[in-house]
Design a protein around this ligand. Structure first.
Ligand code: GLN
Length: 286
């Protein structure tokens, strides 16, 4: 293969993705820009300013392999093993969910609470990549942080992210089913959780269904089983005036609110996401 110009590589990528990638979230121009700049280790501005530059063939091979993966619908975050969340950089692999912008709302609530209440204890239940706990540790320096997940592989990813963001000494990780691995006398002031909440009957996009870990996505009882367990068990794990906040399936706002109320939580409210959909339910434990 002879050397190709950046402009040719750019056009080729768009053509291949438009013709062969069926991901409904495809934005071929943006995707090609991201994959090309990453493969060549240059900025996006460099690509615009130097359309006639001919990169080394090894780097072009890398770009072509990225394109082949994107054609199958694989999300960019898994191809690049990276996702930005709360303005921090997170390593991601297929062992964890890709952090979502909606989860930043939950994380900001937790950070606000922890910064208002000095030296509180915070738990990230079902921590996955660790995006919530690592962000709380990073932005709330006095908080004691705990994180738990059933997947050993996810915990390994979360530990990588704690190190990547220099908070590895601030988070204690536990691996096991929900609260089971945590010492019985350990109580928290704020519990945040983005648990698996998709019902097996829900339709989800193929790029999520085919690439993200099933264990982190689905829950039985129409998606509510794990959320209900977390609500029930949190009652015994929260200090007086402690708060539980969970991310939910947008169709389950009133169901989850009822679960909070039925389990004795006060001031229960639903918070909407950027699309105006019910996304977080929170309540206080008195
Ligand atoms: N807490 C992680 C996130 O918000 C993982 C969630 C999960 O695995 N269900 O992305």
């Amino acid at each position: 293969m002879c050397k190709k110009k950046i402009s040719e590589l750019f056009d080729y990528g768009i053509k291949i993705l438009d013709e062969r990638c069926s991901d409904p979230y495809l934005d071929s121009k943006i995707d090609v820009l991201v994959l090309l700049s990453e493969a060549l280790s240059v900025s996006k501005e460099f690509l615009f300013i130097n359309p006639n530059f001919k990169p080394d063939l090894v780097l072009v091979e890398k770009y072509l392999s990225f394109l082949e993966r994107r054609v199958t619908g694989e999300p960019i975050a898994y191809i690049l093993n990276n996702k930005e969340f709360m303005s921090l950089s997170f390593y991601v692999s297929k062992d964890c969910l890709i952090p979502r912008p909606e989860t930043e709302i939950l994380t900001e609530l937790a950070i606000d609470f922890c910064n208002r209440n000095n030296s509180s204890a915070f738990l990230d239940m079902c921590c996955g990549s660790g995006c919530i706990s690592v962000s709380v540790a990073y932005y709330s320096k006095k908080t004691k942080i705990f994180a738990s997940d059933i997947s050993e592989k996810a915990i390994s990813v979360a530990k990588i992210n704690a190190k990547k963001n220099s908070v590895e000494d601030r988070i204690e990780f536990f691996c096991g089913n929900l609260f089971q691995p945590l010492p019985n006398d350990l109580k928290f002031d704020f519990i945040a959780s983005n648990p698996p909440y998709i019902s097996r009957c829900d339709e989800i996009s193929s790029s999520v269904a085919n690439f993200e870990p099933e264990l982190a996505l689905y829950s039985d009882d129409d998606g509510l089983e794990i959320t209900e367990k977390i609500i029930k068990e949190s009652v015994n794990r929260l200090n007086f005036n402690g708060v539980l906040a969970v991310e939910i399936n947008s169709s389950k706002g009133s169901d989850v609110k009822k679960l909070f109320c039925d389990n004795g939580f006060s001031d229960v409210s639903i918070i909407k996401d950027y699309n105006g959909l019910d996304r977080i339910v929170l309540g206080a434990c008195w």
